[in-house]
Design a binder for this molecule. Sequence first.
Ligand code: C2E
Ligand code: CA
Ligand code: CA
Ligand code: CA
Length: 281
Amino acid sequence: AKGQGGGGYVLFDRGMHETALRRLDLELDLRRALERDQFEAYYQPIVRVADRRLIGFEALVRWNHPERGLISPADFIPLAEESGLIVHIGRWMLHQACAQMRAWQLAFPRRPALTVSVNLSARQLLHPDILPEIRRTLRQTGLSARHLKLEITESAMMEDAERAIELLETLKRTRLKLMLDDFGTGYSSLSYLHRLPIDVLKVDRSFVMHMHERSEDRSFVETIVNLAQKLGRPVVCEGVELPEQEALLRELGVEYAQGYLYSRPVTAAQAQMLIIEDAAR
Ligand code: C2E
Ligand code: CA
Ligand code: CA
Ligand code: CA
């Protein structure tokens, strides 16, 4: 590689150098992606397990890269988080999701109100302006707080648990709902669970995925569901792909589910078709 024996380049082998360059490239692209309108909100249905009725959607960001095509959030959220860009992307997503849900409510006034869930990363949660920002977004879009849910992971909360709890308490007073995302993948939250002002627990896909074939995973889900029921909190199981998994969830009395069995994340236009289909049932 260039610069060998000269500057700091010797620290990198060629592969690392290229990875670093590609990363830098991606970060530059990411910086411009917002102005260039390359993000898109996708929506994945959340259904009631008992009858598969639609209760809402989770909003999931997609990056439509001009050369690389549709990039999964798993490939750019960590970078966005590190660089702080997540604050801007998250702000855009929140606004997009609230505006979309409000538009659906106005278009389908006779349908029982759906909710939209938006993911909040640690950086967003700890951002000093998060509260006014949420309030402003609700005001601007006309969505009422009770139709917005925020999904927060255990790890994001544990970055500064005391502060997170305080903030969540304040958020709750605005009447929006809080979901604990990826539940079961963290380490410390079980001891905090009774203190967290959380309305709904989302059981991580990694436990649901094998529950029909691994009794340990089944027991794990069962334990969480029992705990949640004791705490009076409903549960959403994510990553439901098979009817066998759904049948087990139904037996356990799990309230809500999300996964490819019902629908993949889809565009707003496709999501609207799902609302119409559900309303016609
Ligand atoms: P997550 O919050 O746990 O979102 C659920 C992920 O599981 C989504 O991946 C969804 O497409 C996927 N999924 C849902 N059902 C199934 C299933 O049945 N099978 C399988 N294999 N996968 C399923 P996605 O959209 O790629 O998002 C990945 C992660 O990126 C999300 O995980 C979330 O942590 C993050 N993310 C996505 N959008 C946003 C956003 O707007 N803001 C922030 N901060 N993070 C986001
Ligand atoms: Ca989520
Ligand atoms: Ca999740
Ligand atoms: Ca997950």
